[in-house]
Design a binder for this molecule. Sequence first.
Ligand SMILES: [Zn+2]
Length: 299
Amino acid sequence: MLWPGLKKLGKELNLTLTSSEVVGVIKNCFIKMYDGNSIKVLEIYPPQIDEDDKNFIADTLVKNKVKNYTYHFNSLIINFNEVLKPYSITKIKNLLLTFTDYFAAKHGGEVLCQECKESKEPALYIVNKVAVYWCQNCLNKEKHNYEIAQREQAEIPNNYLAGFGGALLFALPGILISVIFFVFLNSIVALAAVVYTFLATKGYKQFKGKKTLLGEAIIIGVSLVMIGVGTLVAYSVFILRIIETFDITLLLSVLALAEVQQELLSNLAMTYLVSSFFIILQIIFMLKDYRVKFKIEKL
Ligand SMILES: [Zn+2]
């Protein structure tokens, strides 16, 4: 994600703006910046980081009251926490330039591939929506690994039935939430779709259901059925509380009454209507996820 502050800084520093990140090279470092949830992130990939460099980084960050940073494969990732207001772009810029000046003076002028730290011929690419500064060799390796992972995934047994059972089993406790909301809080179960989808996904995974489009469809199908079952059970509990006796025959005869059925149907319709927003969103995400093939774009 990218907010106007980092976009402006990116333009000022002549970096490239992708849909979600500011990326590019300053001196001998590959740079990446983006906005997160109440946070701005700055990633710096110098040719190398030794113990001396780590001391310098720690000192500089302490002086600037920045506590949240990590090292990841010889790169520095700094998180600027934002409480109520955006973090100062000028402070980020000053820190960034301090570090790029330091690394240029310390490790020479060459920019190395972000991945292998060896090749001197990296270029900016977008690999599966993420900007990278890689050499051709590293790109090929990534593509090869992806193909192996795809092949392994294809060899996993289908397990759809087990996944379906797991989804159903895990979604059952969701009925309790339907009942609590409907009977005790007198409210339509707006949360139902979220709860059932969450539980069904857990169950499907637990029973090793295969991760495919059909698998996702099974999860959504189970959630849809359980939303209905939950509402039906919740409504029955509601009636049982009114007739004040646990008499299933009486309950069934009440449920058979035309006006009760009418009310039940309108409750069901309402629950599905409220849930549909989330379910549709879920389907859009699911289709989007599966449409992504391995994709390399040159920037
Ligand atoms: Zn490389």
